[in-house]
Design a protein around this ligand. Structure first.
Ligand code: KIV
Ligand code: ZN
Length: 385
């Protein structure tokens, strides 16, 4: 099976979400969990951005052994030197250098001509290569860059020593077909493209980050970047747990191995939510509170007959304990009777019918029916002759 490297940037791009600020101890705890989760590469921070980030990256590099640890750097010598100081004790020092390549970023943000951008990128990669064995270079805003300019600059940074080329959709503008086509074009036109890794890095501004990452995989990317729970700048990054589970459940069409320990998904998601303070939306795929909750009578009836009628993923797959059927106003008699039996009630059909009628009235008034509500309803019937 083809292997895709999972590059986790929860601690860098994820931490760039408005309102998140993790201290070193919290970052270290998340990094250790990401190692158990099976991330190939952990981007631990941006060492030149603050002394706190430097310290966190250094601690993580000295602790994590089973994932490669990296740090982000602008394409300037000062950033590369600071990143080396933070990462020199890592098992396999890896640096992630970036420089923007789109016309709008080159003109307004960098105030550089395309030729000057090529020169700066090459100089930075060569400089990084003096110390780091693994150098990832990112063409920031790659998706909105001129394709032939991308080919030119990528050819040059590969000659300078880059080992991974990242093609970010920095502003989440791409559609899956377009993003996939860009990877195909680069794979076909970059010299020696089979000697380096191509990485996808997608933002979710149009809600397509995961779909775009998968389109990149289908078109030759062998690394995908993202975050746990999809946290990140603005609308966030591609959610890694969604990519990992999609690759597992649809092995039949993708034939991809991610190396992710799926059993660690729930724990990782909850830890990141707890420490960042970012609440997971209830209907979030894979890790949302409702991802395995069946409420309607028809679905509950199907689930009781055969869970595969409505469940393509089991909670157990992601390390979550079984989720009981939610009893609410849409629930049917079958689910109600099943829960009564689980709670130890052995009631006649008549009593179940009466309890069920009372339950429906209550469910119309109350949003959530608790275990105590059920106990009261069922006990009332049990003691009536
Ligand atoms: O979205 C982006 O372009 C980035 C780069 C720094 C890789 O996060
Ligand atoms: Zn990003």
């Amino acid at each position: 099976m083809r292997k895709i490297e999972i590059f986790d940037t929860t601690l860098r791009d994820g931490e760039q979400s408005a309102g998140i600020n993790l201290n070193t101890a919290e970052k270290l705890e998340i990094a250790k969990q990401l190692e158990r989760f099976g991330a190939s590469i952990i981007e631990a921070g941006f060492p030149a951005s603050s002394p706190g980030d430097f310290e966190a990256v250094q601690r993580i590099a000295g602790t994590v052994k089973n994932s490669i640890v990296t740090g982000l750097a602008r394409a300037i010598k000062k950033d590369i030197d600071i990143t080396w100081d933070a990462l020199k004790k890592a098992e396999q020092p890896h640096i992630h250098v970036f420089l923007a390549t789109s016309p709008i970023h080159m003109q307004y943000k960098l105030n550089k001509t395309p030729d000057q951008v090529v020169e700066a990128a090459v100089e930075a990669v060569k400089y990084a290569k003096n110390t780091f064995p693994l150098v990832q270079w990112s063409a920031e805003d790659a998706f909105r860059s001129d394709r032939d300019f991308l080919v030119r600059i990528i050819n040059e940074v590969i000659k300078a020593g880059a080992t991974t080329i990242n093609i970010p959709d920095t502003v989440g503008y791409a559609s899956p077909a377009e993003y996939g086509a860009l990877f195909k074009y680069l794979r076909e036109n970059v010299t020696g493209s089979d000697k380096v890794n191509f990485s996808a890095h997608c933002h979710d501004d149009l809600g397509m980050a995961v779909a775009n990452s998968i389109a990149a995989i289908e078109n030759g990317a062998n690394q995908v970047e993202g975050t746990i729970n999809g946290i990140g700048e603005r609308a966030g990054n591609a959610a890694l747990e969604e990519i990992a589970v999609a690759m597992h459940i649809r092995k039949d069409i993708y034939g991809i191995e991610t190396g992710i320990n799926l059993q660690e998904i729930k724990r990782t998601s909850q830890l990141v939510s707890k420490l960042t303070g970012v609440v997971i939306q209830p209907n979030k795929a894979i890790v949302g509170k409702n991802a395995f909750a069946h409420e309607s009578g028809i679905h509950q009836d199907g689930m009781l007959k055969n869970p595969e009628t409505y469940e393509i993923i089991t909670p157990a797959l992601i390390g979550e304990s079984a989720v009981p059927l939610v009893l609410g106003k849409h629930s049917g008699r079958h689910a109600f009777k099943d829960r009564a039996e689980t709670m130890g009630f052995d009631l006649s059909d008549d009593k179940i019918n009466r309890a069920f009628a009372e339950f429906k009235k209550l469910a119309d008034r109350k949003k959530e029916i608790t275990e105590e509500d059920l106990l009261t309803l069922l006990t009332d019937q049990q003691i009536q002759y």
